[in-house]
Design a protein around this ligand. Structure first.
Ligand code: ADP
Ligand code: MG
Length: 576
């Protein structure tokens, strides 16, 4: 009962097709990702259904995706052993817009985000991206559990109509044949297909296979035979030997208890392009109205150019949607000050065709981002508690990057501040080992500020005459000499309800007797002060008697709102 027919695409489909083929033109290669992702979804669906009905897998239990090519026929073929479709499903899924990602995405989004959702339409829906490189697409599919005669052949040139016909198919699952457009031959090269699979689908949880000859390099063997044309294709069509080209494990989708530290470290190295082990990682699955998995790593060593601005280094965090690689999305998934983090975020509920523009305004992603920040801060806290040695190394590498968070992430300022370590007059010399909590715990009775001094280097900070009075009173002073400190401290005015103050600013804590002494001294020195003021003229704002000094005769001080000398110096250097 073969019923061949020709149908028109729904008007919206024709529209989407038009938009997809035109707007994806500069990203043609994603057709492979989209089709593999559909094949992977089909395998996922069958895997799910077979939980309740194990006999669905009878005959061929293996869920896999085979990718082959035929240079003579100029076709690329994707075959999966997934759920397949019956005739109605083919019509509903790839002839109409009703069940496409676009429609579902539109529904899933709140009404406020309609504008974004419309954008998605412009980026097209997965299956139709086949028409970016193909001028004819043939789908052969048979629903799992259906008889061989219930196979369906769908074919279209993507221009408004498709044909539908029942055919006999010996196996379940779906085969998609792309008849490439005239100038798309690059995709017939096995190395090109292979590298695209690595790039986009390495972590698809099912084996993606290619004919084995692809590895041996079919160009060479072709040349040896002296034959022209019909090379890898013939072998791919004859009984080819297949080999998996992807990793297929999707490590982060496995339960934590099944993953060894070595596996975590290997994955990190591949992901972070690092030769060293990671310092720590955190692997979490969030279930709920919005489900996602995060696997986040703290590197032990800084990448070469992190401190040089490191814009290129913002590639370490990969966004997957249902195990399909979408994009490097460090900037969308983490704030700048956590740019050293490497890892994977795998979201279940984002549309696969999501664009970077959309990600930047996506509320779901905002939530995921919040969760990532929390996980990373938890992880650093845990490292500081449990592995002080590693934590110290980590801070040496990334402490200054973390300090940016004090300014950048006001909501987490206190948590970030807790993680920082400084040199101090009561610390271990130059080593930055004193936490703000250490400091607060050592404050003198009546001390109402966290005191610090800033300078170009540790020696200058530690040798500052400003410290004399503090030493005399046994008040600890933090010694800040990293380039970023001045900037950070410009915003960072309080910790644990205690103000942070530069020793050259603000008032020293004086008891009553000291206050009296200062007043007396000021009175006695009045004529001297006048003379000095007259001598220095415009160059100073005021000349005062001070309780700051014990040994040095004089020092420069600043009023509360003045720029610290070190910052003034930096600005002068920068030509401001
Ligand atoms: P999406 O994957 O977002 O749903 P697509 O345009 O990529 O959108 O695919 C449309 C639909 O076609 C899928 O939802 C699925 O129902 C069906 N489909 C596509 N490819 C396959 C396949 N290989 N096996 C089974 N069904 C498929
Ligand atoms: Mg799809």
């Amino acid at each position: 009962m073969t019923t061949a027919e020709t149908r028109k695409f729904e008007a919206e489909v024709a529209q989407v097709l038009h938009l997809v083929t035109h707007s994806l033109y500069s990203h043609k290669e994603i057709f492979l990702r989209e089709l593999i992702s559909n094949a992977s979804d089909a395998c996922d669906k069958l895997r799910f259904e077979s939980i309740a009905q194990p006999d669905l897998l009878a005959g061929d239990a293996e869920l896999r995706i085979d990718v082959s090519w035929d240079k003579a026929a100029r076709t690329i073929t994707l075959r999966d052993t997934g759920i397949g479709m019956d005739r109605d499903e083919v019509v509903a899924n790839i002839g109409s817009i009703a069940s496409s990602g676009t429609r579902r995405f539109l529904e899933a989004m709140g009404s406020e985000q309609k504008a974004d959702a419309r954008l998605i339409g412009q980026f097209g829906v997965g299956f139709y991206s086949a028409f970016v490189v193909a001028d004819r697409v043939t789908v052969l599919t048979r629903r799992t559990g259906a008889a061989p005669e219930a196979g369906v052949k769908w074919e279209s040139d993507g221009r408004g109509e498709y044909t539908l016909e029942n055919v006999e198919l010996p196996e379940r699952g779906t085969t998609v044949v792309l008849h490439l457009k005239a100038d798309e031959d690059e995709f017939l090269e096995p190395w090109r297909l292979r590298s695209l699979i690595h790039k986009y689908s390495d972590h698809v949880a099912f084996p993606i296979r290619m004919p084995k000859d692809a590895a041996a390099g079919d160009e060479d063997s072709d040349a040896d035979n002296g034959s022209d044309g019909d090379d890898g294709a013939a072998r791919a069509d004859a009984a080819p030997e297949w080999e998996a080209v992807n990793d297929a494990s999707a490590l982060w989708t496995r339960p934590k208890s099944d993953i060894s530290d070595e596996e975590y470290q290997n994955f990190y190295k591949a992901l972070g392009h690092d030769f060293n082990d990671a310092a720590a990682w955190t692997h979490n699955r969030v279930e709920g109205s919005q489900s996602f998995t995060t696997l986040l790593y703290l590197p032990a060593q800084p990448p070469f150019d992190l401190m040089m601005g490191g814009r290129d280094e913002r590639k370490g965090l990969k966004l997957y949607i249902k195990r399909v690689f979408i994009m490097d999305a460090a900037e969308e998934l983490l704030p700048n000050y956590l740019r050293f983090v490497r890892g994977v975020v795998d979201a279940d509920d984002l549309p696969l065709n999501v664009s970077r523009e959309i990600l930047q305004h996506n509320r779901q992603l905002e939530r995921i981002k919040g969760a990532c920040v929390k996980r990373v801060l938890d992880l650093i806290e845990k490292l500081s508690r449990d592995e002080p040695g590693k934590f110290a190394t980590f801070l040496r590498a990334f402490g200054n990057t973390l300090k940016e968070g004090i300014v950048e992430d006001v909501g987490n300022r206190e948590r970030i501040a807790k993680l920082l370590r400084f040199a101090s007059t009561k610390g271990e010399g130059e080593k930055q080992t004193v936490s703000l909590d250490d400091y607060v715990g050592r404050m003198q009775p009546g001390q109402d500020a966290i005191w610090y001094v800033t300078a170009d280097g540790y020696r200058a900070a530690a040798g500052s005459p400003q410290l004399e009075a503090f030493r005399a009173k046994d008040i600890e002073v933090l010694l800040m000499s990293d380039r970023i400190d001045e900037w950070m401290l410009g915003q960072f005015r309080e910790y644990a309800d205690t103000p942070l103050k530069h020793v050259a600013k603000g008032e020293l804590p004086l008891d009553e007797a000291e206050k009296q002494k200062l007043e007396d001294a000021t009175g006695a020195a009045a004529p001297l002060l006048e003379r000095i003021k007259a001598l220095l003229g415009e160059r100073v704002e005021d000349v005062r008697v001070s309780a700051r000094l014990t040994d040095s005769p004089s020092c420069l001080a600043m009023s509360e709102w003045e720029m610290a000398p070190h910052l003034a110096h930096l600005l002068r250097e920068a030509g401001q």
